[in-house]
Design a protein around this ligand. Structure first.
Ligand code: HGY
Ligand code: MN
Ligand code: MN
Length: 409
């Protein structure tokens, strides 16, 4: 078992779900334990450690030219409920292993190489993904400290302060030019590399995510006594809207259009009570933002017609609507050269999942290195990446970081 597999195994034990599932919600006890453990590994590797006001953690290998903009890599270690152990963690522990392998080889970087562990890449706790990298890139204003609340109504400020992350949230903003490049190692979370038997994917673009919360207010009542013609069942209206969202994605004619209704809260959730209120949360994505926005328009139309026909009230709240990221051709070329040097086959491809790279691309030239995952499964306990594939990803990442750290400019 490689050191990285060993460390992935240890990291997976910091979880609020029984193995093989992993649940590690940002700022939970398990998340804080995992953070402390990771910092221990970084200390052992002689990296300096800095944490910002929201817990983004910067683990830096000082270069010979400390003033030069650093080369960065990294990802996340938070995990949605009942997820797997590879999403995000391969980029953090694989990034650490890439640095350690360069150190062991006696490499001396001119630019510092920095491993970033981003806070809250998953939307689980505060309803918005990529919290740490949104703040670093300035996409999310510091007012989020009060406006973002968790399911208990606790504000981001209260939760982050309780976890020990103090200071003004605005201080998380990274100055443009602070980084020379950013490269994230991640499992593909799709089946293409495995299907094509290609060990490395080089990401050329990252799909644009949008999400919204839809509240449907109907009329409740007794499940036996209210006759069907008199009902205004909020769940059935919600069901029509979820199906309309699916139709909007299937009818764009493009395979990159996807949409899911992943949250459906029914009130009062009693078998003999007609649903009076339903809250849906919809996730809508496409590599082309105009096509994505047309799906949202179709959703809006469906809400209007269902509300009128069923006599329910529907309110929509946009959570986020991001632009897609185009990865940097120079970085893509560098990764390709490293693959060629190591005689490793690769494919250029789009990422349909979003990542912190989506926002790092607003700060500096960015791309991603994908490794295959079994059947393309992710966000499930049976998510799996082969040790050999992870090692290949680490090798290509190490070679890429070394090239970028010593390139001129
Ligand atoms: O949802 C995503 O694309 C990411 O895995 N958070
Ligand atoms: Mn994820
Ligand atoms: Mn991820």
């Amino acid at each position: 078992m490689t050191r990285t597999q060993q460390e992935l195994e240890t990291l997976s034990t910091f979880s609020d779900a029984p193995a093989p599932a992993v649940t590690r919600v940002v700022f939970s006890e398990q998340d804080l334990r995992a953070r402390a453990w990771l910092k221990g590994l970084a200390e052992d590797a002689g990296l300096s450690i800095r944490e910002d006001a929201v817990g983004n953690t910067f683990l830096r290998w000082q270069g010979t030219d400390p003033a030069a903009p650093a080369v960065a890599t990294g990802s996340h270690i938070d995990a949605i409920p009942h997820a797997g152990r590879y999403d995000g963690t391969v980029g953090v522990l694989g990034g650490l292993e890439a640095i350690r392998s360069l150190q062991a080889a006696g490499f001396r970087p001119r630019r510092s190489i920095e491993l970033i562990h981003f806070t809250s890449e998953e939307p689980t706790r505060f309803g918005l993904g990529c919290l740490g990298s949104r703040l670093m890139s300035g996409v999310l204003p510091a007012s989020a400290d009060e406006t973002l609340r968790d399911a208990e109504g606790a504000s981001l400020r209260a939760v982050r302060n309780k976890a020990g992350f103090l200071g003004d949230l605005a201080s998380t903003r990274v100055a443009p030019g602070a980084y020379h490049a950013f490269v994230e190692l991640h499992i593909e979370q799709g089946p293409l590399l495995e299907r094509r038997k290609v060990p490395i994917g080089i990401v050329t673009a990252i799909a644009a995510p949008a999400s919204e919360r839809i509240t449907i207010e109907g009329q409740g009542g007794h499940a036996g006594a209210v006759l069907m013609p008199d009902r205004h069942d909020a769940f059935l209206a919600a069901a029509e809207i979820a199906l309309a969202l699916e139709t909007s994605a299937k009818s764009t004619g493009a395979i990159d259009s996807v949409a899911t209704t992943g949250v459906c809260d029914i009130h009062p959730r009693a078998i003999n009570s007609i649903p009076s209120r339903v809250i849906l949360e919809a996730d809508i994505r496409d590599t082309d933002s105009a096509r994505r926005d047309r799906m949202i328009e179709k959703l809006e139309e469906a809400c209007r017609t269902v509300a009128a026909r069923r006599g329910v009230r529907i309110a929509r709240e946009e959570i986020n609507r991001d632009t897609p990221a185009t990865c940097d051709p120079g970085i893509i070329e560098t990764i390709a050269e490293v693959c060629e040097t190591h005689h490793v086959a690769f494919d250029r491809m789009v990422s349909r999942a979003y990542h912190d790279s989506l926002f790092m691309a607003k700060i500096c030239p960015t791309s991603m290195i994908f490794v295959p995952c079994k059947n393309g499964f992710s966000h499930r306990p049976d998510e799996h990446a082969a040790s050999e594939d992870i090692s290949t990803g680490v090798k290509i990442l190490a070679g890429t970081l070394a090239k970028l750290a010593n390139e001129a400019g």
